[in-house]
Design a protein around this ligand. Structure first.
Ligand SMILES: [Zn+2]
Ligand SMILES: [Zn+2]
Length: 91
């Protein structure tokens, strides 16, 4: 049984396991898909850095291109509004 919870400070995670010392880990958040991961030097995972967002990205296939998370949501909302407007005029 382990319990995971976000630490008080943004960007850190506290792992509490009964009978073991509490582990504090630094977490990073992808600026493109908002995924969290823990920084593990030497894990071999390839992560990236986006100069446009000046933040780290998770290195996922979709995240090498700069499409910020918020922009994706805005675009989706715009498309939905447009689709609703189209239905309204019967186009
Ligand atoms: Zn990502
Ligand atoms: Zn970016």
């Amino acid at each position: 049984m382990s319990a995971y919870r976000m630490g008080r400070a943004a960007g850190s995670m506290t792992i509490v396991e009964p009978g073991r010392a509490t582990i504090e880990k630094d977490t990073l958040q992808c600026v493109h898909c908002a995924r969290h991961w823990t920084a593990e030097p030497g894990s071999g995972r390839q992560r990236g850095w986006c100069a446009m967002c000046s933040g780290p990205h998770c290195g996922g296939p979709a995240c090498w291109e700069c499409i910020p998370f918020m922009k994706k949501i805005e675009e989706q909302e715009r498309r939905e509004r447009l689709a609703a407007a189209m239905r309204l005029v019967g186009a």
